[in-house]
Design a binder for this molecule. Sequence first.
Ligand code: MN
Length: 277
Amino acid sequence: MTDQSKRSWLHGGLAMVAAGVSGCAQPGAANRSGGPEAAAARSPFVVPRVTLPIAANRAGDASDQVFPVRRIYCIGRNYEAHAREMGSDPRREPPFFFQKPTDAVQFVAPGGVTDHPYPSLTHNYHHEIELVAALKSGGRDIPVAQALDHVYGYALGLDMTRRDLQRAMGAEKKPWEIGKSFDHAAPIGPIFPVALTGHFQDGALWLEVNGQRRQQARLSQMIWSVAEQISQLSEAFELAAGDIIYAGTPENVGPVVRGDLLRGHVDGLPDLQVRIV
Ligand code: MN
C-alpha cells in the first residue's frame, strides 16, 4: 500500500468520528417514539456510527466513501466438512443464522497487520475465515433470482469465536451469544463494490496461521450460495441497506494464541492480516 493510501485510510477513520458527532449534535424535533426516526433528536452523549471504508480499486486503496453497517448476520455451518466437524449432518440441516453486535466490527486495512486483542474468558479462541456480502438494499421474502441485486459489495472477514464458551452454552441449550458476539469479534477488510470485483461464486478461500495453511476451500463448496443466504435470511428478518452477511467458514477451524499472525485470503481481494495480542 502506498503512503498516499495509508493517509487516506487514516482520513477515512477521522471522517467516521466526525460524522458521528455532527449527526448527534443536530437539533431537531424530539421524536419520543424511539427507533431510527429519533436520530435527529438531541442526545446527551455521542455513540459513534459504525462504518467500513469502501475500496476505490481492487488493490484496496480507500475511496472517499464509507459503508454504514446496520446489522451483522452470520451463516452457521455452510460448508459440509465444517458442519461435520461441528457435529451435525450437512445434508439434513437448513441454514441457521446468528448476529454479532454492529460495533463488534474491527476494521483491518489491507497491506498492513492489525492488532487483534485476545478476548476475555476464553481458553480456546478460534479463527473462522469467511466471505462477507454487504447489502445496498433489502426487503422481505427476496427470491433467489433477485437476491444478488441487493448486494453492494464484498469483503473478507473473520468470525472470531470463543469456542469453549460457545460449546458450553450449546451443551446447556443456552444462547451462544457469549461465544460469538463480543467486542472485536468481527475483523473485516474494506468493502469492495460489485462494480470492481463482480460477484463471488467460486474462487479459493484460505487462512494461514504463522505461514501454515489451516483452512482452505472453494466458495463453490458453500452449501448455501450468497443469493440463497440472502433469500433465506429475508424470510426470517427484513433485510436493509447496511446489513452485512458473514457467509460461513470451511473446515479446520482451530485455536490461536497471543503472537499468532493470521492471514486470510479470497481470490480477487487483498489479503487480511491480524496479529493476536
Ligand atoms: Mn462462522
